[in-house]
Design a protein around this ligand. Sequence first.
Ligand code: GLY
Length: 373
Amino acid sequence: MTNEDGMKTVRVALGARSYDVRIGAGLLARAGAEIAPLLHRPRVAILTDENVAARHLAPLREALSAEGIAAFALAMTPGEATKSWAGLQKAVEWLLAEEIERHDVVIALGGGVIGDLAGFAAAILRRGVRFVQIPTSLLAQVDSSVGGKTGINSGHGKNLVGAFHQPSLVLADIDVLDTLAPRDFLAGYGEVVKYGLLGDAAFFEWLEVNGPGMARRDAALRAYAVRRSVEMKAEIVARDETEAGDRALLNLGHTFGHALEAATGYSDRLLHGEAVAIGCALAFDLSARLGLCAQEVPSRVRAHLAAMGMRRDLSDIPGDLPDADGLLSLMGQDKKVVDGRLHFVLARAIGQSFVTSEVAADVVRGLLSDALA
Ligand code: GLY
């Protein structure tokens, strides 16, 4: 849906938990007007991180204050380590100290770490308060801010503690993407490509033509790609909110990707979206090796990642990696393991993916050995 002001709205249709994702330039400056209708009293708590706060907290406060909304903010330490029991405790205790009540709204201003943490804090605070996502990374705009997955990491693995808690509103301001470092933008782009690969060949073709323009900061191209990604995610989440079936398609590239992230210590060696992009290439390799898709499809996937200047092979990851057995065992620890079987998202063609647990470990081991060689 397009409004007269150029904003796009994608509805996530979940009955009583339905909400809008608003996409467009200048949304941060309009946040007060967008959020005001949700409030029982003119007062909100903002959870953010120090890096995001330095750039975007003042404009957000100004936008809220223009509507007479008082805002209290807590800026957490940037980085994945904040998505922890300690980070959660800090956030929840702060929200209680700020006397956030059952009918108040918490704002998550930041990337995936802050969105997941603030969403989970909101899910458990006073047995659940509403929250608004203002995602500031491309990855958060197209993936983590939409769909209600919230949570923290445990010593046992990433995202192992959490809840489904849908936001009441998502504001994806395309302008804030201009402040991203090129590497962070491209990591988020890994999730954008994933949507084309998993379910929309025409979108993948569009990205092949327009991805480079997006990297050069063309706002209209970025807005379209965010909207199409969010539309696809909204449609899948509406069908399968709690990942009993189709939502698992969103995990294309993630079984390989999570193993690579674990192998690189969840560090700067490999960002999540980079791991997903390499994981997508490997998922198409596996599909081709199993005779599910044509042999040339993985090369086409890699050619696009290369044209975008993205990592696409295991050899693009700096430093040593475990051997094929080591990677396979890291895949076995992923939460996509059900009854001891690895779950993969494979594809019959670009845009035609499906979930399977029928892949023999030996085939995956052989693929990884060749990819590491
Ligand atoms: N990031 C995958 C999902 O939201 O289901």
